[in-house]
Design a protein around this ligand. Structure first.
Ligand code: 2IP
Ligand code: CA
Length: 398
């Protein structure tokens, strides 16, 4: 199984390279930040270069996985549709073509004939990316390929990707916003049970070189299947010097104190939940952009929990981090079902884990794949139980 994880990692790195290219290559960056002017609002090519970048990354992941594991591409799912209509009303299906030239000429049609942008983008799509992670040699697990499907979020935290600054200072190791909050998420789940089994999170803009001003990425992976649980964080920096995490100040302040928990949430969280969370966590309640990045804060042990009660995260946001959390002994639950389950004194094993193979009944479009009851992501089951008990009490007392 290390081949498939290796391929997921390579695909995530290719995606990260495309994401970096769109910001670093002038021809593309101008399109990315372009604000639509009033009279241009109907022009899909201008409105949605970010969607094109997203779609293209999703297609690259699909194409590259399918090349290595024929048939798997049909089970790669994501938010974006690859059907575009250009300014002439021409319908174009964006995909990776056999050659760089063919991809460039296809992209040129979507990009209002912008030859230089199309060429630059096609180059990034077809470039060879090699990424080796020696720690993967330790993975020796076999999962039947015909029972797996993949959720991809090509660029999570798109707002930060387009508008985000590159000089935000972290607070207790957590970036409240900025390019560090952007992640590429590729998660694998079992088609029959819906449980997540493998995940890769790639952070394309993790570290900025102060001299060259170019960005270096970082990646994290995890596998959790039957009795096997293995995560890139189990390997030390000396074993894996290519992917060192700067953990200088990244220790969860609350980790050692039994009665204090650190939580990260969204600025879109409801008032009532925020009130309860701040009663439980005090100054250890943090805000950060990006669903994937907030999960990464839990994975890195910067916080104990990511709590979000709204229904605006989706299967593609949570599948990859969920698999990594499982590989570390943690997980991700449906928040509202979890509250019900605790209130009904159900056993720990009955907690409602988020599943990836079933849609929300009666919902349409992207909402079919929403994490409807919100979520709580955690590393330690024991901490989760005591945290949730306190949180529920605070939530229901005015
Ligand atoms: C978004 C993105 C947002 C997040 C939202 C996701 O995905 O991660 O940042 O909101 O839930 O769906 P918040 O930052 O408030 O948690 P995308 O950027 O891919 O649309
Ligand atoms: Ca997302």
């Amino acid at each position: 199984m290390s081949e498939i994880l290796q391929e997921l990692l390579r695909a995530s790195e290719k995606a990260a390279c495309i994401a970096r290219a769109c910001r670093q290559e002038e021809a593309l960056f101008q399109l990315l930040i372009e604000e639509k002017k009033e009279d241009e609002k109907n022009k899909k090519f201008l409105t949605d270069f970010k969607t094109l970048a997203d779609v293209l990354v999703q297609e690259v992941v699909k194409h590259d996985l399918g090349k290595k594991f024929p048939g798997l591409e049909q089970n790669v799912r994501g938010e974006e549709s690859n059907k575009f209509t250009n300014e002439h009303g021409e319908k174009i299906i964006v995909k990776v073509c056999p050659t760089e030239e063919e991809t460039a000429s296809l992209l040129q049609k979507v990009l209002d004939n912008n030859k230089s942008a199309a060429k630059t983008l096609a180059r990034a799509v077809h470039q060879e990316v090699t990424l080796t992670d020696k720690a993967l040699n330790a993975v020796n697990v076999s999962i039947p390929l015909d029972n797996i499907a993949v959720w991809v979020d090509p660029i999570d935290s798109t707002y930060q990707y387009i508008k985000g600054s590159d000089d935000i200072q972290p607070k207790k190791g957590i970036y409240p916003k900025g390019l560090q909050c952007v992640t590429v998420l590729i998660g694998v789940f079992l088609i029959d049970t819906g449980h997540p089994v493998m995940g890769v999170i790639n952070q394309p803009f993790a570290i900025k070189d102060p001299i060259t001003l170019s960005w270096k990425g970082q990646w994290y992976w995890g596998l959790s299947y039957k009795e096997s649980n293995i995560c890139s964080l189990h390997f030390s920096a000396t074993e894996n010097p290519d992917n060192q995490v700067d953990r200088g100040s990244q220790l969860s302040a609350a980790a050692t104190e039994k009665n204090s928990y650190a939580t990260v949430t969204s600025s879109a969280e409801s008032k009532d939940v925020l009130r309860a969370l701040s009663k439980v966590c005090g100054e250890n309640l943090h805000f950060a952009a990006g669903a994937g990045y907030k999960c990464l804060c839990v994975i890195q042990d910067l916080v104990d929990f990511y709590v979000f009660s709204e229904d605006t995260t989706f299967k593609w946001d949570s599948c990859a981090p969920h698999a990594i959390l499982k590989s570390l002994g943690g997980g991700m639950l449906d928040l509202s079902e979890c509250i019900k389950s605790i209130n009904q004194n159900e056993k720990l094993c009955a907690r409602p884990h988020i599943l990836y193979n079933s849609e929300v009944q009666g919902a349409k479009g992207a909402d079919r794949w929403a994490n409807k009851g919100g979520l709580v992501a955690y590393r330690s089951e024991q901490h989760l139980e005591s945290f949730m008990n306190i949180f529920i009490k605070k939530f229901f007392t005015k």
